[in-house]
Design a protein around this ligand. Structure first.
Ligand code: AMP
Ligand code: ZN
Length: 117
């Protein structure tokens, strides 16, 4: 069923606490933790606690939860005192998605190029 934890999902395991993570924020519906392979001085992942495979499906199935994730990206940026930062939702393997539990990357603390690779 949509939103239910998946046994084989890495980020569901972070939510369950069975895989360790450096958690920086937690709300009733979301968790934010540091990326294990940071690409910038701040690289935090914000995930919904409920499992949706990507941001597109999350946005349609649970728009209020998608808003919670987006609101938390702002809170992460504020906590790390970032006035410029990038929020990325890789969606689909062709765009670089490797973990199929919706997540926002919050990246900041260095200059960035556009377009991304
Ligand atoms: P994506 O490629 O957009 O699906 O992003 C997945 C991200 O999860 C990558 O940036 C990984 O470095 C990160 N990642 C994978 N495993 C872990 C973990 N156990 N704890 C924190 N971040 C992780
Ligand atoms: Zn999951």
């Amino acid at each position: 069923m949509a939103g239910e934890p998946q046994d084989d999902c890495l980020f569901c395991k972070v939510v369950a606490g069975t895989i360790p993570a450096t958690i920086v924020r937690e709300t009733e519906t979301t968790v934010a933790f540091r990326d294990i392979n940071p690409q910038a001085p701040t690289h935090v992942l914000v995930i919904p606690k409920a499992h949706y495979p990507n941001a597109a499906e999350l946005s349609v199935a649970a728009p209020e939860l998608a808003a919670d994730v987006l609101r938390e990206t702002r809170a992460v940026a504020e906590e790390d005192k970032l006035d410029s930062y990038r929020v990325v939702f890789n969606t689909g393997s062709g765009a670089g998605q490797t973990v199929f539990h919706a997540h926002a990357h919050v990246l900041g603390g260095r200059g960035m190029q556009w377009p991304p690779g």
